[in-house]
Design a protein around this ligand. Sequence first.
Ligand code: NAP
Length: 340
Amino acid sequence: MRAYVITRYGGPEAMVLQDVPVPSPGSGQVLIKVGAAGLNPVDYKMRQGKLRPLFRPRLPFIAGCELAGTVVGVGPGTNRFTAGDRVYSRVDAPGLGAFAEFACVPQELVALMPQSLGFTEAAGLPLAGLTAVQALRDELRIQPGTRLFISGGAGGVGTLAIQLAKYYGAEVTTTASPRGLTLVSELGADHVVDYTRENFAQTLRGFDAALDAVGGRALKGVFRILKRGGSVVSVAGIPEPKTALQDLHTSRAVAALFWMISLGVRLRAWRSGVSYRYLFMHASGDDLRFLAGLVDQGKVRPVVDSTYPLARISDAFAALETGRAKGKIIVTMADDGSSA
Ligand SMILES: NC(=O)c1ccc[n+]([C@@H]2O[C@H](COP(=O)([O-])OP(=O)(O)OC[C@H]3O[C@@H](n4cnc5c(N)ncnc54)[C@H](OP(=O)(O)O)[C@@H]3O)[C@@H](O)[C@H]2O)c1
C-alpha cells in the first residue's frame, strides 16, 4: 500500500510516499481502509522533531493522526465493529499511520462516523473536534451565558470550537483576519475582532473564559481580557505540569521541566487572578460518538479548506504550513481526490 512515511526528523523532504506492507490488526484492533485523512499542525511539528521529548516513535513511521474509512477486518477480541462499518478516528501516538491506504487502530479510539458526512468531511473532525470538546466541555465547562473568547476562530480547532461553544450556549467572541471574518460569523460567532487591525487585548474586557488556539502574543493578551476568577485553556501556548501528568502521563521529570518553562505564563495568570491550563487533547472513541451525534443533529459542521489526493500530500503540507487554512486540509486516498 502507499503510505506517507517520516524517514527522519527535518524539513518537508523528510516525509516521503513509499510502498509498505498492509498492516494486520492485532488484538482489539480494527483494520480500516482509509477513505480520507486530515492534516494537523502536530504532523509537521512531529516531523520537525519538536515533539521528540514527548513522542519518540521509532523511525521510519507512517504519519497522520486522523482518518475516516471503512472497516475491512478486525483483530482477535475486537467486538465493537464489523467489516463494512464507516468509521472515523483520532489515531494515537505511538502508532499513528493515518496517511496510508490502510491503518490499524485500537477499537476504543474508533467510532461510527457521522451518517450525514462523506469521508472527506469526516476525516477532518477527530483531532480538532476532540480538542474543542475536551477544552470547552471538560476544562472550561461552558454554560449558557458564559462570555467566551476564542483566539484563532478560522482554523481547524477554532471553526469547531465556535460551533460547539454556541451549542453550549456561550456568547462567543473570536479573532480572525479579513480572510476568515465571514466564515467565523457564519459559524455563529457573536463578535469578531479582525486581529490584523485591532489588538483585542486593548479593547476587550470582562470575559469568563478563553480558549487560545494561537499562542504567543495572543495568549499573553488573553490574560488582560478575563475577569478575575476566569479560566484560560490554551492548546497552542506553553505546556504546564498538569499537561505532563494528566494528559501525557509522563514522568515527574517532564512535569518539572514543564513547571519551569511555564513559570512566566503561570505568573501572568496568577497576577490576573485567572487559572491557566495547557490541554493536550486525548484520543477517545466515546467523545467521537458524541461529536458524530452533534454533526448528525446539525449542531456542528466540519469546514474543509481544501482536498488533495494522497499522491500530492506534500502540496497539502505546503498549504498547511503557511498557517492560513480555513478549517481543515484533507488528503483523499483516491487518485482523483474524490472520496465518498
Ligand atoms: N494541544 C492540543 O491538543 C492541540 C490540538 C489541536 C491543535 N493544537 C494546536 O493549536 C493550534 C491551532 O491548530 P489548528 O489546527 O486550528 O491550526 P490551523 O488550522 O493551521 O490554523 C490556521 C488558522 O489560524 C488563523 N490564524 C493565524 N494566526 C492567527 C492570529 N494571530 N489570530 C487569529 N487567527 C490566526 C489563520 O487565519 P488567517 O490566515 O486568516 O490569519 C488560519 O485560518 C496549532 O498550534 C496546533 O498545533 C493543539
